[in-house]
Design a protein around this ligand. Sequence first.
Ligand code: TYM
Length: 330
Amino acid sequence: MRIFSGIQPTGRKHLGNYIGAIRQYVDGQDRGEAVYCIVDLHAITVPYDPAALRTGLYDLTALLLAAGLDPARCILFRQSDVQEHTELTWLLTSVTAIGELNRMHQFRDKSAAQRELISAGLLFYPELMAADVLAYRAGEVPVGEDQREHLELMRDVARRFNARYGEGLLVVPEARIPEVGARVMDLQDPTRKMSTTGSTADGTVHVLDEPAAIARKLRRAVTDSGTEIRRAPDKPGVTNLIDIIAVARGVAPAQVEADLAGARGYGDLKAAAAEAVTAMLAPVRERYEALRADEAALEAVLAAGAEKARALARPVLADVREAMGVGPPR
Ligand code: TYM
């Protein structure tokens, strides 16, 4: 089974990214042939600073390695190093309706938030994402809940491509969305998801926050009225904390509820969350500094990853070009 996922090199990575995605990337290395891409070309679809993009790319490479990605057991590379992604994006436009792109919720939200230029790249963002995955004939895509719609579009595009140009040319991938932690919420406003740009400062735990800061944010988390520690739709704050603890401890949410049955109130719940999350993230932070300091080593990892990624994507693109009648015949 080939597994593929992508992550943006912009902004500080938070607990939602870690629980919803990065943790799954690490597991993927034991489950199949894992291919992970740092998507710098996606990052240019909103206003950005070129120098910060480079820095952010190394930050994220070091973070992913610190979290447990092992270049001997996965392929980790930079999207723009493998030109097959951009070529396939264009080729896929032949089976994509403009209306589908226009209807994507993330496009609507991001364009509504845009004060300056709404770039064409923002509209084509899901097409590039489809190409990322389809260029590898990947079967499984670990992502958080917010990527579900993009995955559906990708599957539709793959099916339509196969129907038009030949069955079996592309693999229709499955999303792998975790049962718990697919949508980590803002600690200060648990009706909103934790995010790079939209969530509150105190409600967002960053993977590289100091343990004291992590503990402080979790101890100040907004809970709900009442004292019961159980998951319920009308208890979004408590539910969020239970889910976070469950993932950090590696147990089911029901187990966390049982463990905390004798607790004196939400203070105990928050203290348990603070302890579990600092224990999960502290080792990542400890490994990060040394890895981040050696940019030449990070660049070498990415270059070697790109070489391997290209070797996988090249034959897929050759089949696609052939089937589409693009370029010289084989
Ligand atoms: P990005 O970089 O915004 O986010 C990376 C991953 O983190 C997940 N995530 C969350 N999970 C749980 N709770 C949250 N609050 C939370 N916030 C973010 C996201 O679902 C994502 O899995 N479009 C993608 C990047 C991408 C990609 C791809 C993914 C580009 N090409 C191909 C898969 C396959 C994105 O913006 O992720």
